[in-house]
Design a protein around this ligand. Structure first.
Ligand SMILES: *Cc1c(COP(=O)(O)O)cnc(C)c1O
Length: 496
């Protein structure tokens, strides 16, 4: 308590409502928003993939004083249309293949709208939205070959889903109660094993969870960019002999760099033999299980103790939504449950349930209803249709890889087993030391000219134009146009 006197209670002055002052007038604006949004999505192909922001836009978006007095709904929407909507990174476009991003669908955008209309708190409570999320998690478990009573929760992305997996591994295999003691006591060093191709989340997560970056044992990969399981086994043995405590074997279904998948069966056997937690990062690759054509690529994934995957990448759903599954529901509860008087179960009313709360299965208390867009998309389109698009993307990537291999001026820089193709322009006789700069320039021009948006990476010390296909709008002709543009730009730039 402070000894400052309480402010006097002000008399009721009239204030502007936050809900529409005139519902009919707002209805007209809302209908316009929907109509214009559907046009924007329908006509996406006619626009450049990406365009640089004009200076006017940058200034308007970064220098505006705090709006203490409102402009009104019409003006706020007009500024969105003018300043924001034309200048996103472009991942909804049929020729966007940068990093790994999904496209979203108009129907899922509407589901996001409906979710915000109802605006439930999906931390728990006796309500239909929580049952929707439980159902979605159950369907995800079935799709991934997990037991019917597996645990799971929807989170914001692959990073968070993986962090949850590592947190569970730490709790289940540390050999002491991490929740009670933390990592402050005198314990052996806890270690996790993953390949050098593991996505950057793991470094962050080891740091965040107090294991430290040194706890991430980086295992070399073979020529196909899959982890060397024999080397991993040897590292585990050596670390044990040195008095450390291995806790977790990690595999990747679809690495971010090349789309390689580790030998998930051999890793499962290793984890079992060594009694270690088995976590798989399946951010996009896990979705290969949705098609019989591609499911074989991720064989063994169903043996993981925990599995993280995005629905906003190869599930084509809008950001952000991902899922983490654990073999047992108790794995999550034992890691995340909280007890609080204000949330204790009651026999009736909102807290009267059979004891199922998502806040006992994750770190967040208040949670949005992101399950709705998944539930509606799965039910409206069917998961087989999503799988058919995934298989089509894999065929498109393979076709692109063979176009590259057949072209005398192009070079494939890594195997393309799934949906990622690394290529470069490398005409015969070109000096090797100029190829990196040349291809960086080609990539910048592809993006700046609004032709296509791949991203870049470095594969075995060579700069690659990297194409990741998680796009349900891409057609074969789009990849033909990409190949033609790379060769044309390469020729022009090399001639200078
Ligand atoms: C994208 C990705 C992640 C991170 O997922 P986000 O949804 O971006 O947080 C992790 N692992 C792999 C292999 C990825 O491709």
């Amino acid at each position: 308590m402070t000894d400052r006197p309480a402010a006097p209670i002000a008399p009721n002055a009239p204030i502007a409502p936050l809900d529409p002052a005139d519902w009919e007038e707002y209805r007209r604006l809302a209908h316009r928003m929907v109509d214009e949004s559907l046009d924007y999505l329908r006509d996406v192909r006619a626009r450049p993939v990406w365009q640089p922001m004009p200076g006017r836009v940058r200034t308007a978006l970064t220098g505006e004083p705090l709006p203490r007095t409102g402009l009104g709904d019409e003006a706020a929407y007009a500024d969105f249309v003018d300043l924001v909507r034309p200048y996103p990174n472009g991942n909804i476009h049929p020729r966007f293949w940068g990093w790994v991003m999904g496209t979203g669908t108009p129907q899922a955008a509407m589901a996001d709208f409906l979710s915000s209309v109802v605006n439930p708190n999906c931390g728990g409570l006796e309500q239909a939205p929580v049952l929707v999320e439980r159902q979605v998690v159950k369907w995800c478990a079935e799709l991934m070959g997990f037991p019917a009573d597996a645990g799971g929760i929807l989170v914001s992305g692959g990073t968070m889903a993986n962090v949850f997996g590592l947190a569970v591994a730490r709790q289940q295999r540390a050999g002491f109660d991490v929740r009670a003691e933390g990592l402050q006591g005198k314990h052996p060093m806890l270690l996790v094993y993953a390949s050098t191709e593991m996505h950057g989340w793991l470094k962050k997560a080891c740091e965040l969870l107090g294991l430290g970056n040194a706890a991430f044992r980086r295992v070399p990969v073979k020529d196909d960019f899959s982890v060397d399981v024999g080397a991993m086994a040897a590292m585990i043995r050596a670390d044990r002999e040195a008095g450390h405590r291995p806790i977790c074997v990690m595999g990747t279904a679809g690495t971010v760099q090349t789309g390689a998948t580790d030998d998930l069966v051999a890793l499962a056997d290793l984890a079992q033999r060594e009694k270690l937690w088995y976590h798989i990062d399946g951010a996009f690759g896990a979705m290969a299980r949705l098609s019989p054509e591609t499911a074989g690529q991720v064989r063994g994934m169903e043996r993981a103790d925990s599995l993280a995957f995005d629905l906003h990448k190869w599930g084509y759903l809008p950001f952000d939504v991902a899922c983490v599954l654990t073999r047992r529901d108790a794995d999550l509860v034992e890691t995340f449950s909280m007890q609080a008087a204000y949330l204790a179960s009651e026999s009736r009313g909102l807290l009267a349930k059979e004891g199922f709360n998502f806040f006992d299965r994750g770190i967040e208390l208040t949670r949005s209803f992101k399950a709705l867009k998944v539930w509606m998309m799965f039910r409206a389109a069917g998961t087989d249709a999503i799988g058919a698009h995934i298989a089509r993307n894999v065929r498109q990537a393979r076709r692109l890889a063979s176009l590259v291999e057949a072209h005398p001026e192009l070079e494939l820089l890594a195997p393309a087993p799934l949906n990622i193709v690394n290529l470069r322009y490398a005409p015969k006789g070109a000096a090797p030391d100029v190829l990196d700069a040349l291809n960086r320039e080609i990539l910048a021009r592809l993006q700046e000219d609004g032709i296509a948006a791949p991203s870049g990476t470095v594969v075995r010390e060579r700069f690659a134009i990297r194409i990741a296909v998680t796009n349900h709008r891409s057609e074969d002709a789009d990849f033909d146009a990409l190949v033609a543009a790379v060769v044309r730009l390469g020729g022009t730039i090399a001639a200078r």
